[in-house]
Design a protein around this ligand. Structure first.
Ligand SMILES: [Zn+2]
Ligand SMILES: [Zn+2]
Length: 789
């Protein structure tokens, strides 16, 4: 990072280690690598660290499953070691895949790269926490929150996903003294024991007489108030709503708003607690069945109805979440939303329409972020509690950040700041939500708290590339934390890609059997083809449909490019010829390549390589290989010396200029083949230290307006020969073509073996008219005399 060039940091998404990569990850990382390579060729010092995300639940679950052990029944230090070993194995596979794919991270060694579970990374995560703790942005609370039984921990709203599922709506009735029973529809009859109220809409005339009365909860004999509240929906079920602690987020708010006393009925392990009476100890689902049986027996169940429900699920384990009140630490986030909205609007998004995902999320954030997790394999929360007064204390921030493990270490202080006693401390056992770690990746990539010089130089020019599925988590938390820590926006550019889906547009998944392992494709078709495929198949932000047939087609283009390179390499490279000394045809070719560069650079600058890939492939294959090479090879070889030495050298120079430009234009997308060609022909330092092609103002030619006519004319010659059974090499005595093609005359004569080319239309009716395949106009060919047998 000392080259003096401006530093451009690519805040690589650290892949989570969970076995081999899938097709989507391969495409995602090669697309990001294309950006890094492009920026390097545009003169930036590119800081592209390899990050590996290793914290969190999935490895714990894999270790528990594979070794048939339980995390909480294993000594903590031992369990951590088992996780680490497992991660090291998985990491090797992923790093090998990265290398094979040509992902050019800064380095694959420890320096410049990071693992989120390394003491160095965790030390910075902890230091950032201590910083916001000191700023008063962290507080403990026991509010009900999303709880996942499988993960055994509280999770944040950002980690909750919703799924539509069939459910049963049960109609039952609550007795009301002096009135008809009030009918209720519920999907959670097992929570009757936790019922705190019945809500009816204030405008619902069916229930006006019930306002202020009490209802008797069936089976459990609780008396609960009937409250008029706009949160009851008149058109849902019977219009009367059972409010329990806690069926969903609405219940949480209802209890809070009406100061109702909650009756927690579900334990953190997913069973009913003593509040459920004879159902206590049962799993939620079993209790639901048993309560329904009892309702039927007592004739309290009026009817059942199938319905579709939006169920909140844990992002990682897919488990339906419950609302359970546990003591957790919260990071204040609600107060930052306005400022984050401003940042969201002011930061450049590629493509800009994905900005909306972030804005929608920001508008939904309504509670603070619970950050403590009851897991082992994560960064420890650096807090100790005074054994005398219970006061929570964090270490001082002083010099190089240090890594703390409070569950097994004494604190770096001896005296309680509150009571002043020295009676020892008890270490916090919980770890952080893993987004607390990964949200510091950008800061850590530019040396935050570790390398002030680098930080001053590099912070402020960071690109965040990522998938759209983690906008509300990784992107949001990174923006929030960077704002809290530095008061500034984290990124100046945010690049959000789509997903890779199967040929039919369906999400790929191992269980559906439509997610083949990618590396065998890479072995079969090559890393360049795989990378080119990812660029060709979809515009930035849209989903890529994976298809082996299309990948195979892309590999044919790579072969074509190689053959073009081999052909051009047969000719020497003349020393820099002046443009105006070149033949008109060669000036035309260079003007065409110039136009291609002009079309691709603006998209590349928007970090979208989709159209550029199409343009470069089209130019290379459809114009350069099919027409230009065929046309000027006669002049380049000049075997029968029909051309002058200058004309021949002009051809050599032009062929190399075009190949040089194409390879540099493609280098960020297909680094292997372009580097191989470039190293052998042009510079042994390789292609990736070269500049990306830019528009050459000299390379202009009015002939480019006739390019299409030229292409059509060639096609007409080939068509004539094919249809009359002549070989493509067969000579022709004479042909008439458009006079606009006069500058190409000599090259066209050599290309099609025409002895004499004239312009306009022939008078002689021995000429055969051949219509141009895709435009108006014709050429006229005098067929060769048929040799008598
Ligand atoms: Zn879970
Ligand atoms: Zn104390």
């Amino acid at each position: 990072m000392d080259s003096g060039k401006k530093i451009y940091t690519v805040d690589t998404p650290p892949p989570y280690m969970s076995g081999p990569m899938h097709v989507g990850q391969v495409t995602h990382y090669t697309q990001i690598d294309t950006i890094a390579r492009y920026k390097r060729m545009r003169g930036f010092e590119v800081n592209f660290p390899l990050g590996i995300d290793r914290n969190g639940l999935p490895v714990e679950v894999r270790v528990e499953k594979d070794l048939k052990i339980s995390m909480r029944a294993t000594p903590r230090a031992e369990f951590l070691e088992l996780c680490k070993n497992r991660l090291n194995e998985d990491e090797k596979i992923v790093i090998d895949a990265f290398k094979r794919l040509g992902i050019a991270f800064n380095t694959y060694e420890d320096k410049g790269s990071y693992r989120t579970d390394s003491p160095r990374f965790r030390a910075v995560t902890q230091a950032t926490f201590i910083d916001i703790w000191n700023k008063g942005l962290v507080y403990p609370d026991a509010r009900p929150n999303n709880w996942c039984f499988d993960c055994g921990t509280t999770i944040a709203d950002a980690e909750v996903e919703y799924s539509e599922r069939p459910t049963t709506l049960n109609y039952l009735h609550f007795e009301v003294e002096g009135l008809n029973p009030i009918k209720i529809a519920t999907t959670r009859p097992e929570l009757l024991c936790a019922c705190g109220a019945v809500f009816v809409h204030p405008d619902d005339e069916r229930y006006t007489t019930y306002h202020g009365k009490t209802a008797k909860v069936p089976i459990f004999d609780l008396e609960v108030p009937i409250i008029a509240s706009p949160s009851a929906q008149m058109e849902f079920g019977t219009g009367a709503l059972m409010v329990c602690s806690y069926g969903d987020q609405n219940d949480v708010m209802a209890f809070r708003d009406h100061a109702l006393a909650p009756i927690p009925a579900v334990s953190p392990d997913g069973t009913m607690n003593e509040a459920a009476g004879e159902y206590s100890g049962m799993k939620i689902g079993d209790a639901r069945k048993a309560v329904l049986e009892e309702l039927k027996k007592r004739n309290l169940l009026d009817k059942q109805e199938q319905s579709i429900q939006r169920v909140p699920l844990c992002w990682r384990s897919g488990t339906p979440i419950e609302f359970i009140a546990m003591d957790e630490y919260y990071v204040k986030q609600v107060q930052f939303i306005d400022e984050l909205l401003k940042i969201a609007n002011e930061t450049t998004f590629y493509p800009s329409f994905h900005r909306q995902i972030l804005i929608d999320w920001l508008n939904r954030v309504s509670v603070d972020w619970p950050v403590s997790r009851r897991r082992y394999y994560g960064t420890e929360i650096p807090i100790w509690y005074c054994n005398s007064c219970g006061e929570a204390s964090v270490p001082e921030l002083d010099g190089e950040p240090k890594y703390y493990q409070p569950w097994r270490e004494d604190p770096p202080f001896t005296k309680c700041p509150k009571c002043g006693k020295e009676e020892g401390f008890t270490g916090e056992e919980r770890t952080f939500d893993t987004w607390m770690d990964s949200s510091t990746s950008a800061l850590q990539a530019v040396g935050y708290l570790r390398d002030d010089k680098l930080f001053k130089k590099a912070f402020g020019n960071i690109l965040r590339p990522q998938g759209k599925d983690i906008v509300r988590t990784w992107l949001y938390y990174s923006l929030l934390r960077t704002l809290q820590l530095t008061g500034k926006p984290a990124f100046n550019e945010i690049w959000v890609s789509g997903h890779v889906v199967d040929e039919n547009g369906e999400a790929m998944s191992k269980s559906k059997g439509n997610s083949p392992p990618p590396m065998p494709f890479v072995e079969k078709y090559g890393a360049d083809a795989m990378r080119m495929f990812g660029a060709l198949e979809a515009g930035l932000g849209s989903d890529v449909r994976f298809s082996e047939d299309r990948l195979a087609g892309v590999s044919k283009f790579m072969t074509k490019l190689w053959n073009v390179g081999r052909f051009v390499s047969m000719f020497p490279i003349p020393n820099g010829l002046k443009f105006e000394k070149l033949t008109l045809v060669d000036q035309w070719i260079l003007a065409e390549v110039n136009k291609m560069v002009e079309r691709i650079v603006p998209d590349c600058d928007m970090l979208d390589f989709h159209k550029p890939a199409i343009e470069i492939r089209g130019f290379t294959w459809n114009l350069f290989a099919d027409h230009v090479l065929e046309m000027i090879k006669g002049r380049a070889f000049n075997t029968d010396e029909k051309f002058s030495k200058d004309e021949q050298e002009s051809a050599w120079f032009t062929l190399h200029e075009v190949l040089n430009t194409i390879t540099r234009a493609l280098a960020p997308i297909t680094p292997y083949i372009t580097d191989k060609i470039y190293r052998e022909l042009y510079d042994e330092k390789g292609i990736h230290r070269q500049e990306y092609p830019t528009v050459n103002k000299e390379w202009k030619s009015s002939l480019t307006e006739h390019t299409e006519l030229l292409v059509q004319t060639n096609s007409a010659f080939w068509k004539f020969k094919r249809e009359t059974g002549l070989s493509l090499r067969q000579g022709l005595p004479e042909a008439f073509i458009s006079e606009n093609l006069q500058p190409w005359m000599k090259d066209l004569q050599a290309m099609h073996g025409v002895e004499r080319i004239s312009f306009g239309e022939p008078k002689d009716d021995k000429f055969v008219e051949v219509k141009l395949p895709e435009s108006e106009g014709s050429i006229y060919i005098l067929p060769p005399a048929v040799e008598p047998e």
